[in-house]
Structure formats: structure tokens, C-alpha cells
Design a protein around this ligand. Structure first.
Ligand code: 6R9
Length: 654
């Protein structure tokens, strides 16, 4: 065991340069950094040339009303035309846009020509309901083609979509519908989750009881689940859309026309409706998808495993890839339905070459065991991506070894709902990758790590991550609440005019950026600042541990005490690891990796961790357990029974 730990630690300090072959053919080269530095607006203007503009802009950036940015001022474009029609017009109508894979095993390949027809019909349908540019449409759908088609149909008409996670509760949907004053809601009868059909429209019906703004509900038939029907309000998608003409002439909208609102949970109170607009957003989504994933249209098969209800689904399933004429896989279901090799079976079948997922899923794959991916042909993969939370070096190395055949570049991409697109990431043909570090702001992007006073910290030190220059895909505000926008993001470093990301970060000795988790995930133990991520990473580097979540629980002596929730690897029996010696060994391991101060006060062995649909661990709930409180609101959990599982397991241990 000792040697295994040692070798893990050694690989953690290793760097992985791209192969010469990869570097020679890469879309993005090292020269981009210098070009962008020399003339930032010129650089972004060149990126905007990736798109088709009906009218060209007259000014790249207007920052005179900061923090409200305007990009590509005066420019006019249609986002859906850019994602669909122009590829058909340039002769690629027969190229598959989406290889869709349903959870029960049904599949559908949709070419760009077919996508154009579907989006045009859906746009005609929405227009027939009397919707006009600027109106809001809420979308709560599973991962089915209609989700993409609905979003693009909205974009085509200048309607602002607000996609709400399929797993969100009626109350969560209602608050979002009300906040945006949505006129139409698009949903489905049901959705497949873990092999079973679960109701969807029933939740929507409950959510919309008495909703003042909603005129129509359009329902996609997916699971053939019985649904209640409100005459005059409810319409079947297949009837409404099915009867429309297949042609629709797209109209160009202003570069700053609102494209979508996406709600993200704030620290407290109502969720924030993050507003994104058209020209700048699409420019950066397309640029980053091209540069970070090295995407080659017509050659690569791309797969981003995110849900459409998350910003990653917006920027890296819908807008970026489709603007870049990608052929992509869209999978409806959970990764272990009907078996734990489902993703690798799909990679093998479609010869997926670019795969983009979240660390939580990578750690789940680790837990399921290497023998599962090892029994599939994954040799088509050439770029792997990670997003959503810091990826611990252990998971990074596992991902590269067991999914990437020990050879492919991994891009650890840092960004947020608010940033709209990737901000900090290695470039796969340029950067010598360091496991666990997102490394460098992309060409054209400005990011810094600063101390409390806003001064940049020295290499080897930590602080707050800020963005020190406006960027094209930046949020244009919080829907209906300018004050909250200023307060949340721009007041912390108002003197410097920095955007406060809410993440802790540090520079290593080379000046590369390491993300340390949300600032509110930083623990304070006896006056020492310790990030939950660092302790989790140390725990996961131990050979018995599959996944770990760490919280700071209030402690009468030390301020906070570190409490760790640990899932063991499949081959370690629970009894074997639960004993005093085993948890003591884990505590010592953390002490050795980080220092005695980081030694967890308590380690709890659990079967699952509470996660949101986007894979983020809800530490707030674990803190409730650690502090012996009743567990708080679990409505945004992907699986709300997880907390019961954890609590009952712990009770039976006593
Ligand atoms: C895209 C997305 C944003 C927060 C962000 C940070 C965390 C995302 C990360 C990462 C470390 C990465 N985060 N990517 N932390 N390394 N590569 O996840 O958007 O859901 O808004 O979350 O996620 O804490 O502030 P969103």
C-alpha cells in the first residue's frame, strides 16, 4: 500500500506535454496568447469572424456602462442560423449533427438538414402561438432531441429561453417561471431515469397552478405516461409542430439581444437568473469549443455528458458545438443504466473522439472499477475534458490512464454559468498539463489571483480568483435585478473593477492557477485556511478511497473541525475499512499529505454523497449531518433519497 501512495504522489508532480503529432495538428497554437495580449479587441474581432453576421458590428466592445458590457455593438445575427442553416448552405446538410441515444436503447441520427427542418417547424409553431421576440419561454425537458430543437427555435425567433433542470421540483420550476414571466412552458409527459419512466408533466402541472403569465404548455410525448390535460392551455408538440411548414426565414437580431436566462443558486434567497445575449456569447462559445477541444468539423465525434439544464449543456452541447458544425453524441440517461459500461459502449459504437465530463462522474467510474472501461475499445478518444469542480490529481491520472489510454491530453476547464464559456484551461496542443490545475487563462481572457486588498498574490500563494477584463460571453446581468448583479459580482473588488468569481485559487511556483473550490468551501481550522478540495484530494489519493466530501463543522475549540464523508472503492469491504485502524490510517494519510492541521476530526464511511444534477456535492447538507442538525432543503438533489441513506447508515453505526 505504501508504494502505491508514493507512486500516486509522484505522478501528481509530473507534467504531461502534448505529443509532437498532436501539437503539430492543433487548432490553437502558443502564438495566440501573444496575439491576444497585443490587441485584445482585434483578437476577439477575429474570433467573431467565425460567425455569420447579417450586419457587421461597428465597435468591438463598449464598456462605458460597466459592469454592463456590450460586445460587437451594432452587429446583427441570427444564432440559430449560425448553428444550423449555414452548415446546410455550405454543403454539409447530410452530416450528422446529433447521434441521439435514448436510455431504453432507442436511437436517432439527425443530420444538419433534418435539424434545420425540425427547428424551422418548431419556430413556426412557437410563432403561431403569438410569441414575439423578447418573450420568455421556459423549457423543462429530458435529454431528448426536442430539448435542443426547442432552444434553437427560441433563438431563431429571438425568444429568450429559460431551461430548467428536469430534476427540479415544482416549486423550483414555479419560481423560475414567475421570475422570468414566461408565457410558454415546453415539457414532456415523462422522462426516463434509471430504467424507469418518471412523470414530468405532472410536476409541471403542479408548478403552474395559478401561474399568472403562462398561456400555453407544449408537451413532447416521450414515455407515453398518462397525463392530465388542461384544455385551451396544453398542446401536444407532435400535433403543434408536426403540422407546421418546414421553411422558416430567420431574422437577424442585435448582437446584444437576450438569448437565454439560466438560474443558478445563490448563497441564499431566490435563485439568480443569469442573462446571456447573442453575438459575444456565441463568439466565445464557438472559439473555446474549437481551441480547447481541438474540434475538427466533419472528423471528430464529440460528446459532452452534461445535462441540457446546466450551462455546460447550453454552451457545449447546443451553441458552441453546433456553431462549429460538430457531430455529437447526446445521451438521455444515467451512466449505469442498464449497466456500468454504458458510456464506453457508446464511445466504442460512435467512435467518440472528444469526451467532456465532470470529476464526480470520473470518480464514480473509478469506484466501479477499471475492468469496466478496459473491456471496450476507447482508442478513438483523442481529447478528454473535465468541468464543474476541481479535479483531484488522482482522478485526473486515472482518467488519462484508463479512459485516455495513457496518451491523450486532458483539459481541465474552469468557468461558470456567469462566464458563459470556458475561461481558464490548458490548450491541448500547447500546454504541458499538470494534473489538478486548470493552469492558464485562455488567450483573450484575463484572470488573476488576488489577496483581500485586490493585489495580485505571489507565486506559491493563494487568494481569490478574479477576472480583470470584460469577456464576450460574460453575463449581462441578473434578470430583473441590476443591484444584485453589482452587489454579487462587482462590489468585492469595486476599486479595481474586478469580477469576483467566488472561488479560491492559488498560483503554483510556475504561476499556474489551481482552483480551490468556492470561497464558502474554505474551512478555517485554528486560524488556518484549508480548502475542502485539498483535503478531499488527499483522501482520494489513498488506495482505499473512491470519493470524498469534506466539510467544516463548527467546533468549540478550533473554530471549525474537518469532517470527511468517504466512499470506499468497490474492492474494499465496509467492515474492513470502518474499523478504528482504517479511519486512523486515513487521518494519518491526510496529515502526511497536507500537514497535521488538515487531519480530519472525524471520518464517516458512507454509501453515496448528495449531489446536484450538475454533479456538485451539496456540502451544506453534509454540514447539517456533521453538526447534528435536521437536514435542510434537498429539492435540488439529483436523488433526494441519498440523505436518508447517509443518515440511516450513520445511525446504524452507532
Ligand atoms: C461550468 C460550471 C461554477 C463553479 C465555479 C467553480 C466550479 C467549475 C471548475 C470548477 C475547479 C474547474 N468549477 N469548473 N472548479 N475547476 N475546472 O460548472 O458552471 O454550475 O455555474 O459552476 O463550479 O467553483 O465557480 P456552474
Amino acid at each position: 500500500m505504501g508504494n502505491e501512495v508514493l507512486s500516486n504522489l509522484m505522478t501528481e508532480s509530473e507534467a504531461f506535454p502534448p505529443s509532437e503529432e498532436f501539437a503539430a495538428g492543433a487548432n490553437a497554437t502558443a502564438a495566440l496568447y501573444g496575439e491576444a495580449e497585443a490587441d485584445r479587441e482585434g483578437f476577439w474581432a477575429r474570433q467573431a469572424e467565425r460567425l455569420h453576421w447579417e450586419t457587421k458590428w461597428s465597435q468591438v466592445l463598449d464598456w462605458s456602462d460597466a459592469p454592463f458590457a456590450k460586445w460587437f455593438v451594432g452587429g446583427r445575427l441570427n444564432v440559430a442560423y449560425n448553428c444550423v442553416d449555414r452548415h446546410v448552405e455550405s454543403g454539409h446538410g447530410d452530416q450528422v449533427a446529433v447521434h441521439w441515444v435514448g436510455e431504453p436503447g432507442d436511437t436517432r441520427d439527425i443530420t444538419y438538414a433534418e435539424l434545420k427542418t425540425e427547428v424551422s417547424k418548431a419556430a413556426n409553431a412557437l410563432a403561431s402561438l403569438g410569441l414575439e421576440a423578447g418573450d420568455r419561454v421556459a423549457v423543462q425537458l429530458p435529454m431528448i432531441p426536442e430539448a435542443i430543437i426547442a432552444m434553437l427555435a427560441c433563438a431563431r425567433l429571438g425568444l429568450t429561453h429559460s431551461v430548467v433542470f428536469g430534476g427540479f421540483s415544482p416549486a423550483a420550476l414555479r419560481s423560475r417561471v414567475d421570475d422570468a414571466a414566461a408565457k410558454v412552458v415546453i415539457t414532456s409527459d415523462g422522462q426516463y431515469r434509471r430504467g424507469k419512466a418518471a412523470p414530468m408533466k405532472a410536476n409541471v402541472d403542479e408548478a403552474l397552478e395559478g401561474a399568472a403569465t403562462v398561456e400555453k404548455v407544449v408537451v413532447v410525448k416521450r414515455t407515453d405516461t398518462d397525463v392530465a390535460w388542461t384544455e385551451g392551455r396544453d398542446l401536444w408538440w407532435h400535433e403543434l409542430v408536426g403540422s407546421q411548414p418546414p421553411e422558416h426565414a430567420p431574422e437577424a437580431f442585435d448582437s446584444e439581444h437576450p438569448l437565454y436566462i439560466l438560474y443558478t443558486s445563490g448563497a441564499t434567497g431566490r435563485p439568480k437568473g443569469i442573462l446571456h445575449t447573442s453575438g459575444g456569447y456565441l463568439t466565445q462559445a464557438a472559439y473555446t469549443h474549437d481551441a480547447v477541444f481541438d474540434h475538427k468539423p466533419g472528423e471528430d465525434v464529440y460528446w459532452c455528458t452534461a445535462d441540457i439544464g446546466w450551462v455546460t449543456g447550453h454552451s457545449y452541447i447546443v451553441y458552441g458545438p453546433l456553431a462549429n458544425r460538430a457531430t455529437q453524441v447526446v445521451y438521455e440517461g444515467t451512466p449505469n443504466t442498464p449497466h456500468e459500461g454504458r458510456h464506453w459502449e457508446i464511445v466504442q459504437k460512435y467512435k467518440v473522439s472528444i469526451y467532456y465530463t465532470a470529476p464526480t462522474l470520473i470518480r464514480t467510474f473509478m469506484k466501479w472499477g477499471v475492468q469496466i472501461p478496459a473491456s471496450y475499445d476507447l482508442s478513438s478518444l483523442r481529447v478528454l475534458g473535465s468541468v464543474g469542480e476541481p479535479i483531484n490529481p488522482e482522478a485526473w491520472v486515472w482518467y488519462r490512464e484508463n479512459i485516455g489510454g495513457g496518451a491523450v491530453p486532458i483539459v481541465d476547464t474552469w468557468w461558470q454559468t456567469e462566464t458563459g464559456a470556458i475561461m481558464i484551461s490548458p490548450l491541448p496542443g500547447v500546454t504541458s498539463a499538470k494534473p489538478g490545475s486548470a493552469q492558464k487563462a485562455l488567450p483573450g481572457i484575463g484572470a488573476k489571483v488576488v489577496d483581500d486588498s485586490g493585489a495580485e498574490v505571489a507565486n506559491g500563494s493563494g487568494g481569490y480568483l478574479v477576472l480583470d477584463r470584460p469577456w464576450p460571453a460574460m453575463l449581462r446581468g441578473v434578470w430583473g435585478d441590476d443591484e444584485r448583479f453589482r452587489q454579487t459580482y462587482w462590489s468585492r473588488f469595486a476599486d479595481q473593477g474586478f469580477y469576483f468569481a467566488g472561488d479560491g485559487a492559488k498560483y503554483d511556483k510556475d504561476g499556474d492557477v489551481w482552483l480551490l473550490g468556492r470561497v464558502d468551501d474554505v474551512m478555517n481550522v485554528s486560524g488556518h485556511r484549508i480548502s475542502t478540495t485539498e483535503v478531499e484530494s488527499a483522501l482520494v489519493s489513498h488506495p482505499t478511497v473512491a470519493e470524498a466530501a469534506v466539510v467544516g463543522a463548527s467546533d468549540p475549540t478550533t473554530g471549525q473541525g474537518i469532517v470527511a464523508f468517504v466512499i470506499l472503492r468497490g474492492n474494499v469491504s465496509r467492515d474492513e475499512a470502518k474499523g478504528e485502524t482504517a479511519t486512523a490510517a486515513l487521518r494519518d494519510h491526510v496529515a502526511k499529505e497536507i500537514g497535521p492541521i488538515a487531519k480530519p476530526r472525524q471520518i464517516m464511511i458512507v454509501p453515496e454523497l448528495p449531489k446536484t444534477r450538475s454533479g456538485k456535492i451539496m456540502r451544506r447538507l453534509l454540514r447539517d449531518v456533521a453538526e447534528n442538525r435536521a437536514v435542510g432543503d434537498v429539492t435540488t438533489l439529483a436523488d433526494s433519497s441519498v440523505m436518508d441513506l447517509i443518515s440511516s447508515g450513520l445511525r446504524s453505526d452507532k
